[in-house]
Design a protein around this ligand. Structure first.
Ligand code: ADP
Ligand code: MG
Length: 443
């Protein structure tokens, strides 16, 4: 392509000016450089990766249209970090995202995960306060908000409560909540379908982007890169981001340094295991929410027996209440003891990973080699996740060891499987009875 004349450049700029918000045009286009580059391509030099991503989002389509409309041919527009002075940082924010249809809330939010149902205490005070503050003042002091803590300590609850609170204040806010796994899957499928532009636009339009279980990015370079660009675009546009992780960002294996430094650039809040008093308070609230008034000594007993996390605590309560209803007995201390002692997992490592794999493979009609395969297929995913969950409970193996026995997966993938089954166990009756049958065989 021959170099562009000054006149041609002016035409392009006028074309852009007619189509962009005046503020946006002034901030981003007045000093825009457009260089012919190769055959049917133009290069837009940009000051840094922030600007590259931002300009690309803003200008790719208008520029392509300009060449087609003005000169009758298509061009490829390449945005490249190059030698240009930085554009003013205090650029006006991009045009607001189109409002959501009334009443639309992100489909993934569970209605009961609100601040009102979240029991606050010393182990989660900082994370709770930060989440409330963020919901009241987006993109203020805590951006990004990074909440980390072990399984079942309330990360998802807190993140969703934040989303609910933002939407309660402003129903048309673009709040995007999703699991990191969904982010990764959608990204991959957008590549496969050649729809990365749409994918990017969707996330970069958010007022609040909330990604749960971000440790899932471990080892996933492409997705890390994509999130990095999303992060920069949103940050530049003054939007709020919230992440959760089962460990501090710096401990996530194989996380690129530049993404790590973005995660560390905001506010970091840990969730710790609940204290005895909090466990008591949570139990009594959850029992009340289900219409039960349990004696103090029963609550105290459960709270003293289940110390690991809140999901286990709820699980214990569910089992006790379930057993009381089924057997038409009062949920007293004797009953609670019966139920909890019965369901306590064997502590001894008397069973091996290989034995559990054999048992689970047989139960689900799969081959042991399917469970161990490097390639994880959908048809075996339930059996594999159940197997990992049971191995974790009964063999005393570390996550790393488990990873080695299940296709060489890293520990966060293993943890993900465990968590998935833990959550499903509460909600899915069929799975619960499958697990109980398998556990009987193991014990
Ligand atoms: P995580 O995402 O950290 O694994 P979740 O947010 O899924 O944990 O919490 C597990 C369960 O415990 C959920 O049912 C949640 O409602 C409950 N929970 C966690 N923390 C609290 C809390 N502080 N108060 C009340 N319920 C809680
Ligand atoms: Mg969670």
């Amino acid at each position: 392509m021959t170099p562009l004349t000054a006149q041609e450049k002016q035409k392009i700029l006028s074309y852009l000016e007619a189509r962009l918000e005046p503020k946006v045009y002034d901030a981003w286009c007045r000093s825009l450089q457009i260089e012919a580059s190769g055959e049917n391509a133009v290069r837009i030099p940009t000051a840094n990766p922030f600007h590259r991503d931002w300009l690309e989002k803003l200008l790719r389509k208008p520029l392509e249209d300009a060449f087609l409309d003005l000169f009758g041919h298509e061009v490829e527009v390449v945005f490249q970090v190059g030698d240009v002075p930085a554009l003013p940082i205090a650029a006006p924010p991009p045009p607001p995202a189109p409002p959501a249809p009334p009443g639309a809330s992100p489909p993934l939010l569970r209605p009961e995960y609100t601040f009102a149902t979240f029991v606050e205490g010393p182990s989660n005070r900082m994370a709770y306060a930060a989440a409330v503050a963020v919901s009241e003042n987006l993109a203020g002091l805590y951006n990004p908000l990074f909440i980390h803590g072990g399984v079942g300590l309330g990360k998802t609850h807190l993140l969703q409560a934040l989303c609910h609170a933002v939407l309660a204040r402003n129903p048309s806010a673009q709040v995007r909540y999703l699991s990191c796994e969904d982010f990764v899957n959608e990204y991959i499928s957008s590549i496969q379908r050649n729809r990365t532009d749409a994918f990017r636009a969707r996330y970069r339009n958010s007022d609040v982007l909330v990604i749960d279980d971000i440790h899932f990015l471990s080892h996933k370079e492409g997705s890390q890169e994509e999130l990095f660009h999303t992060f920069n675009a949103l940050h530049l546009a003054g939007r709020q981001m919230v992440f959760s992780s089962d460990q501090p960002a710096e401990d996530i294996p194989q996380l690129k340094q530049h993404l790590l430094s973005r995660f560390k650039s905001g506010f970091d809040a840990p969730l710790m295991p609940p204290t005895y008093e909090m466990r008591l308070a949570i139990l009594s609230r959850k029992a009340a929410a289900r219409g039960w008034d349990l004696p103090e000594e029963v609550l105290g007993y459960i709270a003293s027996q289940v110390q690991t996390n809140i999901r286990e605590l709820e699980g214990a309560l569910t089992r006790i209440l379930g057993f009381a209803s089924l057997s038409k007995r009062k949920p007293d201390l004797d009953l609670a003891k019966e139920v909890l002692q019965e369901s306590r997992p064997a502590r001894s490592a008397s069973v091996t990973i290989a034995e559990v794999q054999q048992l689970v493979a047989k139960y689900y009609g799969k081959k042991v080699s399917d469970l161990q395969a490097k390639r994880w297929t959908k048809s075996t995913s339930l059996a594999r996740q159940v197997c990992i969950y049971l191995c974790h409970r009964f063999t005393g193996s570390s996550l790393q060891e488990l990873g080695d026995h299940f296709g060489g997966r890293n520990h966060s993938t293993i943890l993900y499987s465990i968590r998935k089954i833990e959550a499903a166990r509460e909600a899915d009756r069929v799975l619960r009875s499958d697990l109980e049958r398998l556990e009987q065989q193991i014990m």
